[in-house]
Design a protein around this ligand. Structure first.
Ligand code: FAD
Length: 346
């Protein structure tokens, strides 16, 4: 059995690791320019704020990602996965009331701390409606994660740095550059728009920008969230972001993006920050916020793993496992990820 993976972001890397676990031979092709997994902040947060709802399938994703990243840290002998304290700064009284209603519900108890008097009187940043803490948050250091995975995989299997050339691929025979593969898995992130087999799914590129800065007025113990996240990364530095831009022409940082982040930070503190770095990336998002996973309707044994949107670090470990169980054991995929929700006549 020989598998070809196209794309070495978190979708391709987690898939490759699943294959390695199953002792299945693979080649991974990546053209070396990563627009999402590398620039991402790597925050794992089980709660969607404002309406205080649980993130999609979080009860399943959390145990799976904890096991996955902890095991990978041991295997690679690297550290990139950390528990994170997250404080939500409420944006209204209504949001706070919603939290209070839910904090004692069984299904929210694993994620919402009960608000106490210290949360109410928290004044280290501007917090006119009070604050609360989320349980079970994590941080994946994206740079260390990616470099550890790449080293580990290239020591074990084949990683090729090149642009996959569709002119040299026959999707019916699954022959690429004269080599036959049993299965081909496309994990190209937002670049899937150039893939003639799967571009009909219309994955939307959503640009995001992030500032790395230092600011004396912000405490370093917790990630703060209101209008933006402020993630402490050590030595007085923070990552702050990010923007959501739907019609961006490229993945470059812009003046407008920087200003938007500074305006959002101003809601928490009026102390001017010192800007250290400014970066940008492109998320592969979908119209219904659900990933696209599955086999091509016409070209059998050609698969896609894409549309991880804003949550790749949370959802890729379990989804890559489900994808490989589907391909090699025939286990049905979760119904919400199926690609046949987009109709097309081939
Ligand atoms: C600013 C920003 C902040 C984010 N913050 C978070 C966060 O805090 N938490 C979280 O969970 N998620 C976050 N995300 C989202 C997360 O990064 C994505 O969900 C995830 O990285 C998508 O991974 P992917 O593997 O699908 O795509 P990518 O990471 O884009 O990987 C695709 C890979 O395919 C390769 N490729 C494409 N076409 C070809 C080709 N023809 N030939 C060879 N190689 C090819 C590219 O080189 C690339 O390496 C953030 C994203 C951004 C942009």
């Amino acid at each position: 059995m020989k598998v070809l993976i196209i794309g070495g972001g978190i979708a391709g890397l987690t898939t490759a690791l699943q294959l390695l676990n199953r002792n299945i031979s693979f080649t991974l092709i990546d053209h070396g320019v990563n627009n999402s997994t590398l620039p991402a902040t790597g925050i794992i947060n089980p709660i969607v704020f404002r309406r205080t709802t649980k993130s999609w399938r979080v009860d399943q994703f959390l145990p799976s990602l904890i096991e996955f990243y902890s095991k990978l840290e041991k295997e690679t002998k690297q550290s990139f996965f950390y528990p994170l304290k997250l404080r939500r700064i409420f944006s209204s009284n209504q949001e706070k009331e919603e939290w209070i209603k839910k904090q004692t519900c069984e299904e929210f108890k694993p994620y919402l701390e009960k608000i106490n008097s210290k949360d109410d009187s928290y004044n280290l940043v501007k917090s006119p409606f009070g604050t609360a803490r989320v349980k079970q948050c994590y941080w994946v250091n994206s740079e260390v994660f990616m470099s550890s995975c790449q080293k580990y995989l290239s020591a074990n299997k084949k990683i090729i740095e090149e642009k996959f050339d569709f002119e040299k691929y026959n999707p019916t025979l699954k022959i690429y550059k004269h080599i036959y593969y049993d299965k081909v898995i496309f994990c190209e992130g937002s670049d899937v728009q150039h893939n003639p087999l799967f571009n009909y799914l219309n994955v939307k590129p959503t640009k995001g920008q992030i500032l790395t800065l230092s600011v004396d007025a912000i405490p370093e113990e917790e990630l703060l969230n209101r209008k933006c996240f402020v993630l402490p990364i050590g030595n007085g530095y923070f990552k702050v972001g990010s923007t959501y831009e739907w019609d961006a022409a490229d993945a470059l940082p812009t003046k407008d993006g920087k200003q938007k982040i500074l305006d959002n930070l101003h809601v928490l503190t009026t102390t001017p920050p010192k800007i250290i770095a400014h970066s940008a990336g492109i998320r592969p998002t979908t119209y219904d916020r659900r990933p696209f996973i599955g086999e091509h309707q016409k070209f059998k044994d050609n698969f896609i793993f894409n549309g991880l949107g804003t949550k790749g670090y949370m959802i890729a470990p379990l989804l890559s496992k489900e994808l490989t169980e589907h391909i090699f054991q025939g286990v049905p995929l979760h119904k919400e990820v199926l690609i046949d929700r987009i109709k097309i006549d081939w």
